[in-house]
Design a protein. Sequence first.
Length: 386
Amino acid sequence: MTEKEKHALLPAGLRDVLPDDAAFEADIVERIMAFFGQNGYERVKAPLTEFEDGLLSGAGVALAPQTFRLMDPVSQRMMGVRADITPQIARIARTRLGESPRPLRLSYAGDVLRVRGSQLRPERQILQVGAELIGSGSPLADTEIIILAANAISTIGVDNFSVDLTVPRLVPSIVDQYELSEGAAAEIRAALDRKDPEAVRSVAGPATDILISMLEATGTVDSALDTLKALNLPETAAAERERLEVVVGHLRGASPELQLTLDPAENRGFEYHTGIGFSIFAKGLAGELARGGRYRVEGKSIDEDGERATGVTLYTDTLLGMLPKPAGRKRILVSGTTSRETILRLQEEDWITVSALEISSDLNAEAIRLGCSHILGKTGPEPAKG
């Protein structure tokens, strides 16, 4: 390996984003953020690192295994590099914006860093763009976030996708009802995540039939709901099922064309969610376009249950892969002595202006070398001749 190759080498899961791709990414992010803003979601910005005890509290507890830690040389306290922005938004809501009228509608865009990637998403540095609706327990809040995410994806030109609903609290409530041990619960969770009915049968005991039925309920939302409604669920799970029916009804009314599926046993990626969750998938792609759902913002004191919230994160890397890259804008080379007035006029006409720094240089040759299609001649833009 040469010295140059050594300096270009990056840790697994990290990459450089070069000019065309970086500009494309920035444009898509700003379009999504503008759409969120039009729908009343105000932009906030959280720091890249925080003190560990704050970052990993509340919803952040589930992210502890994915969090890089470092010592702050100033305070001599441990800090964490954020692995997800949602817990930071929850902290802002309960502290800085604790007295603001509810519900809060907040949006964000920023990078997160994770200890390890997944099989479907090997990247460890991920650009998250998202929105959070905090302070409402209404089923209409769940509906709003799902519709907001779907419309944001449509706005940037991605279509032919479906929303996969889940209810992460169903399985734990069944495990509690049958008083299964923590070890059995963990094995059941792993078996359900693998969609392995035989493994469920080997450990679920008296809960086997109902858990297998939940696995079989996966599919289009109407047929899956029919299967789910036939199950004798414990009180907590039955309440979540009823809420799911209400949300599906609202979604049908707001966006009849939206494709809806249901996987009531799914939990991967929903570790801190306390109610209806959802993922958005495009046909032919393994990774999600977006993921979100209901959670609780930690209370101001240890005795408080916290306020209800729901939100969504859009995965821009997956979205960008589905979009055609825009044609490059027109680039024109101007001499280094060109007036600012002329340069501004060209830019208003949608030219990208590049200045030649050597006064005596051959503008035509320099334009070709720098990838400019035109040069500024005496009468205006002229094509560069290769």
